[in-house]
Design a protein around this ligand. Structure first.
Ligand code: CP
Length: 300
């Protein structure tokens, strides 16, 4: 039995296999591969895209879904431990998909579950299926994953999507620009990870300095829910806003990604620019998640 907890557990071969499968699911997203399978989506934290794209993925493959989108409606609100919840749900389903605010919760769940667990985001730690859809989006728009310049902008401290993507890109010789205010700079453990894996990176505070050289501009939201001090949040929340005019002179192949939701970091005047790719990126989530689910259940 295998689970998908962290992108750091994934080999290059596994990642490329999932991307190939995602392409096949994009060509044919409706079939009966999950006929007779029951999947639980346990969301202890809010979500729009991740939960709904997972549920779309399962439904389009003929499976069924149970679960909750608000932990307040589950017995965790009465004090039931995560361990007990996972052991219970394991009795009912073939696969558990879980989002939880605590870093490491998905690892714990995978250790106590009797069915596979997919991490749909654990605190500021990891979001491996977001990374699969990000890689799929990069490959689809750039025609390759190798030798690209990726600029990650915004909340690099708490952003689990940038942490996961950074780790996955180690196989593809990227050049990173980490663009963040000093309060939200990439944590030291990921800087060390870059050094250890000989990943090229620069840390910068001005977004304008990197726009002309970038292939993938990965914008992120400053996540209010991760701050313990709201005064700190107010100080940094509007540090970066991308406006359409700022894209003049950018590379023809530039694509703008964002895991979404956005707040102020991408102005709506960017949405009609052909370089904006964040809504298509979210749609790619269905295919990438179909690939991960079917692979984990041994159905391919
Ligand atoms: N990208 C992402 O995780 O979005 P949601 O929080 O809406 O699931």
């Amino acid at each position: 039995m295998k689970s998908l907890v962290s992108i750091s557990d994934c080999s290059k071969e596994y990642i490329l296999r999932i991307l190939d499968l995602a392409e096949k699911f994009e060509q044919n997203p409706n079939n009966k591969l999950l006929d007779g399978k029951l999947v639980a989506t346990l969301f202890f934290e809010p979500s729009t895209r991740t939960r709904l794209s997972f549920e779309t993925a399962v439904n389009r493959l003929g499976g069924r879904v149970i679960g909750f989108s608000d932990a307040a409606t589950s017995s965790s609100s009465k004090g039931e431990t995560l361990k007990d919840t996972i052991k219970m749900v394991s009795n009912y389903v073939d696969l558990i998909i879980m989002r939880h605010p605590v870093e490491g919760a998905a690892r714990l769940a995978s250790e106590v579950a009797s069915v596979p667990v997919i991490n749909a985001g654990d605190g500021a730690n990891q979001h491996p299926t977001q990374t699969m859809l990000d890689l799929y989006s990069i490959k689809k728009t750039q025609g390759k994953l190798e030798d690209l310049t990726l600029s990650m902008v915004g909340d690099l401290k708490y952003g689990r999507t940038v942490h996961s993507l950074l780790m996955a890109m180690r196989f593809f010789n990227p050049k990173f620009n980490f663009v963040a205010p000093k309060e939200l700079r990439m944590p030291e453990q990921y800087i060390d990870y870059c050094r250890k894996h000989k990943i090229s990176f620069r840390e910068i505070e001005d977004m304008n300095d990197i726009l002309k050289e970038t292939d993938i501009l990965y914008m992120t939201r400053v996540q209010q829910e991760r701050f313990t001090d709201l005064v700190e949040y107010e100080k940094v929340k509007n540090t970066y806003t991308l406006h359409n005019a700022m894209l003049d002179g950018s590379k023809d192949n530039l694509k703008i990604l964002h895991p979404l939701p956005r707040v102020n970091e991408i102005s709506e005047d960017v949405d009609d620019n052909p370089k904006a790719y964040y809504f298509e990126q979210a749609r790619n989530g269905v295919y990438a998640r179909q690939a991960v689910i079917c692979d984990i259940l041994g159905l391919i």
